[in-house]
Design a protein around this ligand. Structure first.
Ligand SMILES: Cc1cc2nc3c(=O)[nH]c(=O)nc-3n(C[C@H](O)[C@H](O)[C@H](O)COP(=O)(O)OP(=O)(O)OC[C@H]3O[C@@H](n4cnc5c(N)ncnc54)[C@H](O)[C@@H]3O)c2cc1C
Length: 466
């Protein structure tokens, strides 16, 4: 699929069938007002000028907010019997159009399923319902000295189900890798979409095909995830007047044995545009900034380490004491959010850089100059420290964007293309047969989030409605 294309899908179901569905679910107060359907059919895809026009008119015909398993079961059964597409929704903060219904039908809002079912005091494993907000879960974990391993920068608004189904990683990825790395999802409870829906308990291996599948191959009704010991993270901001030194500091700190939860590097123009927390000095125009979340006991080592790279410690404060936005909300795609607010003519990319990123950074800088601004995040992938990049790009048209993506690939980067709607183009790169097989098992009629799983659309023996 090239930029500016959506998969070909059958038309949305006829109004009479939607009316029949609404009548069957009448006691669940189905939503049918245009404004609400519009709201429940959107996420943050507007960061992409390619997706914006393509998805603008894609809308649910009906929406239901479930708050217990029985309601989910009834919706799944009714959609299966009436052959109505079913798109699942958490908080709707995805930025790849993940929960935009491409083929109309029903949107099922799962934010009402929000119980922490259990927390094992010995292992720290938790089982929680998909609509739990990540920040709420963390508050409940903190009472037991535990914390979530991984969180997106949308931690305050995003749900656990949406993070596993639609997210990738974020804060904590320097310690724990990405969500799909083994060990970050331990099990799932899944409701199938069939006339008689089944409620299944999947172990870690069986859960993996549903991890980052955009809700195309099963309704997640409970998730088992690991937790870690809670740490009272300190926030630090360091200034650098030299990009090469700042990059060396990012890589050096990220591969040190200091206990760090996140390290972000923002090129000077981006740093100048961020809403810094109260008490943190505003940057000068030429100052690159390194943002750290560090364990308190590791702080004593920083002055010596920072001296080696020429950075200056400008500010530090406990995350819990933050006034204004915490640093957590100046990194990952929050940087994109803050930059684009007053500059809607900019867009972005998401990349995993090759082990030595310097040739790529130099080549792209030479080709794109001030139209490409660097935002780097240190992560761990398969045990190795790597750099993830979310550069901001002045959008001059789809051709330039395509050229940039091709150049990034040629230079050895993995591109998680946020201008595409499928699971494959947005993340995994290729078709994962296990994801397609799971869809055949748990959504045999192909009703879940139609059009988002390319492997299903291109499967050899087509028979579903997708
Ligand atoms: C400013 C900003 C910053 C962001 N930062 C990050 C980041 O650091 N890391 C990151 O990974 N992402 C990030 N994101 C993307 C997004 O916020 C996260 O992935 C978030 O966890 C999604 O959760 P949600 O509840 O909003 O999910 P939604 O957007 O509602 O859904 C996401 C996907 O999951 C599916 N889904 C939802 N619930 C279920 C369920 N119960 N069963 C099956 N499928 C389901 C939906 O159909 C959809 O495909 C960011 C987005 C924005 C706008």
């Amino acid at each position: 699929m090239t930029l500016s294309q959506l998969p070909e899908l059958p038309p949305p179901p006829p109004a009479a069938r939607i009316a029949e569905l609404a009548a069957e679910l009448a006691d669940l107060a189905p939503i049918q007002t245009a404004a609400e359907l519009e709201r429940l059919s959107r996420d943050f895809y507007a960061y992409s000028p390619v997706l914006s026009p393509l998805l603008a008119d894609r809308r649910a015909q009906l929406a239901v907010r479930a708050s217990n398993l029985e309601q989910v079961r009834r919706v799944a059964s009714a959609c299966a019997r009436l052959q109505v597409p079913l798109t699942l929704r958490g908080a709707g903060t995805g930025n790849y159009g993940q929960c935009v219904p491409l083929q109309g039908g029903l949107v099922l809002d799962l934010t009402g399923l929000k119980h922490l079912r259990s927390l094992d005091p010995a292992s720290g494993e938790l089982v929680a319902e998909p609509g739990c907000l990540l920040a709420d879960l963390d508050r409940q974990l903190a009472i037991h000295g535990r914390a979530l391993r991984l969180a997106p920068s949308t931690y305050r608004t995003a749900t656990l189900g949406g993070f596993i189904a639609g997210g990738a990683g974020g804060i904590g990825s320097l310690r724990w890798g990405f969500l799909r790395d083994p060990g970050n999802l331990l099990g799932l409870e899944v409701m199938t979409v069939e006339p008689e829906p089944r409620l299944l308990q999947l172990d870690a291996t069986a859960s993996q095909p549903l991890n980052h599948a955009y809700g195309t191959n099963g309704i997640l009704t409970a998730l088992r995830v690991p937790t870690c010991e809670a740490v009272a993270w300190q926030q630090l901001v360091l200034g650098f007047d030299d990009w090469t030194r700042a990059l060396a500091a990012l890589q050096g700190l990220a591969s040190s044995d200091l206990l760090l939860n996140n390290v972000t590097l923002l090129a000077a123009p981006l740093a100048a545009a961020m809403p810094w927390p109260a008490g943190c000095p505003a940057p000068t125009a030429a100052e690159h900034r390194l943002l750290l979340l560090a364990a308190p006991e590791s702080l004593a080592d920083h002055p010596q380490l920072l001296g080696a790279w020429g950075g200056e410690l400008l500010w530090q404060e406990a995350q819990a004491a933050s006034r204004g936005l915490p640093l957590r909300e100046l990194c990952w795609n929050h940087t994109t959010l803050h930059w684009r607010g007053p500059r809607p003519d900019w867009t972005y990319l998401q990349l995993l850089l090759p082990p030595d990123p310097r040739p790529l950074l130099a080549a792209l800088q030479q080709r794109w100059g001030d139209d490409l601004l660097w935002h780097l995040e240190a992560v761990r992938q398969h045990g190795e420290v790597r750099l993830s990049a979310l550069p901001l790009l002045r959008f001059t048209g789809p051709e330039a964007l395509t050229a940039l993506i091709e150049q990034c690939r040629d230079l050895g980067a993995l591109v998680f293309d946020p201008h595409q709607v499928t699971v494959e183009e947005g993340g995994l790169g290729g078709i994962d047969a296990a994801q397609v097989a799971a869809k055949a098992l748990y959504d045999p009629a192909g009703l879940l989030n139609p059009g988002k799983l390319r492997g299903w659309l291109e499967r050899p023996q087509s028979g579903g409605s997708d």
